[in-house]
Design a protein around this ligand. Structure first.
Ligand code: HEC
Length: 204
């Protein structure tokens, strides 16, 4: 009997301790708080597993100049606020948790990769369509059409390549909350020169 009681009390202690910790233990809630040990891994393992299970494996549209230019406009209107424009980071992106990655930044360890240009398009499309819970990355499923989500996905896939001049001009335009030209981050390696004129882009 005593033994059973011990088990019951032991079982009750776990949720009580958990409740006390979340109420009074100061778990991380502010952006600048120290993350839980392995917080990133704990979140990314199920996220990646889900994406690889559900992502589309074929891209229904081509990376034509028209689609890339449309993608650039969508990026400018819907994404640049958090993900920055080329050469101009968003003021608050680094002060989000997790931070919003700057999608026109060549990777520090491999400058050939720009933003998510190394990710399969299906992965980026899944993130745009579904968003990422508890991160600030919105779901655009009810904001953009399927075609628009693919257009912006293809733009990001081709961020490391020569883009139509018009698309590049749009993704370089600073927006309200990106740092202004004078404060633009120095030493950003140049993107490949644009291809001109739009429409004569044979490269795919
Ligand atoms: C309100 C801010 C916000 C807006 C607007 C936003 N995002 Fe995000 N996005 C985030 C954050 C924060 C993350 C990081 C999530 C994480 O670390 O898991 C993210 C992650 C991503 C990623 C994954 C990056 C990586 O390195 O794997 C992609 C791709 C992406 N966003 C694309 C877009 C596109 C395309 C748009 C516009 C259609 C957009 N986002 C609009 C905040 C935003």
């Amino acid at each position: 009997m005593k033994f059973l009681l011990g088990i019951v009390v032991g079982l009750l202690l776990v949720p009580i301790a958990g409740f006390l910790y979340i109420s009074f233990g100061n778990p991380p809630v502010a952006v600048a708080d120290t993350p839980f040990p392995y917080e990133k891994q704990i979140v990314h393992i199920p996220l990646n597993a889900r994406i690889h299970r559900d992502m589309p494996h074929t891209v229904p549209i081509e990376a034509t100049p028209a689609n890339l230019i449309a993608g650039a406009q969508i990026y400018h209107d819907q994404c640049a606020e958090c993900h920055g424009v080329y050469g101009h980071p968003t003021d608050y992106a680094a002060h989000m948790y997790p931070p919003a990655p700057q999608l026109w930044w060549p990777h520090p360890w491999n400058k050939k990769v720009v933003g998510v240009s190394d990710d399969p398009p299906g992965v980026t499309y899944w993130k745009v369509a579904n968003g990422i819970r508890l991160t600030g990355m919105p779901s655009f499923d009810h904001v953009l059409s399927t075609t628009q989500m693919w257009q912006v996905t293809l733009l990001l896939k081709h961020a490391d390549e020569a883009l139509p001049a018009q698309a590049l001009a749009i993704v370089k335009q600073p927006i309200e909350n990106t740092s202004k030209a004078t404060q633009a981050t120095p030493n950003v390696p140049p993107l490949p020169a644009p291809v001109a004129p739009a429409g004569s882009n044979k490269k795919k």
